[in-house]
Design a protein around this ligand. Sequence first.
Ligand code: GCU
Length: 352
Amino acid sequence: MDIETRKKIIKNQKSWKFATALMLLYLGGIILAIVLLKHHQEETDKVYPEYVFTYAENQSGDYPTTQGARYFADLVEKRSGGRIRILIYPAAELGDEDSAVEQVIDGGIDFTRASLATIVSYNPRSIVLMMPYIYNSREHMWRVLSGKTGDNVLRSFDGTGMHAMSWYDAGVRNFYTVDKPIRGIDDLRNMSIRVQASNLNRDMIRALGATPVTVVYADVYSALETGTIDGAENNWASYVSMHHSRVARYCTLDEHMRIPEIQMMSETSYRRLSPEDQALIDQASRESAEYEKELWQRRENSSREKAEKDGVEIIKLSDKEKIRFRKAMEPLYRKYCGDYMDLLTEVVSAGM
Ligand code: GCU
């Protein structure tokens, strides 16, 4: 091969390599453009929430009220097409119940669920709905809560900083003790019994001859275990779920109180929403309450069964003792309901 032909071949090879490199560059460019375009499309299709709200719950993740909260958050997210997201913080992660309520009022937390005992001081009239022995049965309580009376009480929280949305069930409360069983009212004398931070609850314990001790819900187990208190009182689900039943092995079925609970939104956060979104939230809350009610019934039964299986002694009061318990509570009606006789009559007559 002469020198000229060799030069030509080398030149051809060079331009071939150059063309291939160019082609690869071109193809790479196309692929990059496709990837960028797809990413852009995905970004445009994504719905970013307009609102991200916080929801405080002092019960554990599997507790009926927490499950009700999750049901509520899912409904709201679905119905708002992802515009409203609610993040649930269970097990008092955002603080105990009293402080969660204060933060809701200040607008620092958007939602919570609270026992009426915790919020009654903000709306003294609502106390009628948690008086000892006011309901004959669960059905009686739900007749009151799901009717006009319940709605009016929810609305009477307007202006307190809490937008009260719906009623949640919290069953019936009983006493339980560590060392000495309560078989009659006299056994309570001089016992120290844990109560929620409410004057009515403290007075109730005094009326029974015992000493009330206010302890935050999350600390009741250790207060029972270390002997700081002789006993406490709560519903079946809390008694078992917070492991109180492991240390307080005597449970007396006196059924002194049914304390309804309220799912609420901060009024500050509520006012930021359009009327359509407000309605969406209110509706979802009412539906979640129905769901919670169903879960509650099952949980109450299974918790009682579990306590029985674990060997807790369940004490039934004689009819005579039941009457003594009720009689001891009568003065509380004069003290706490005197100004709300209209509401008291409504609640009592719903049970007749
Ligand atoms: C129930 C109620 C709680 C409350 C607790 C208590 O478990 O659901 O909201 O904090 O009683 O006794 O403190």
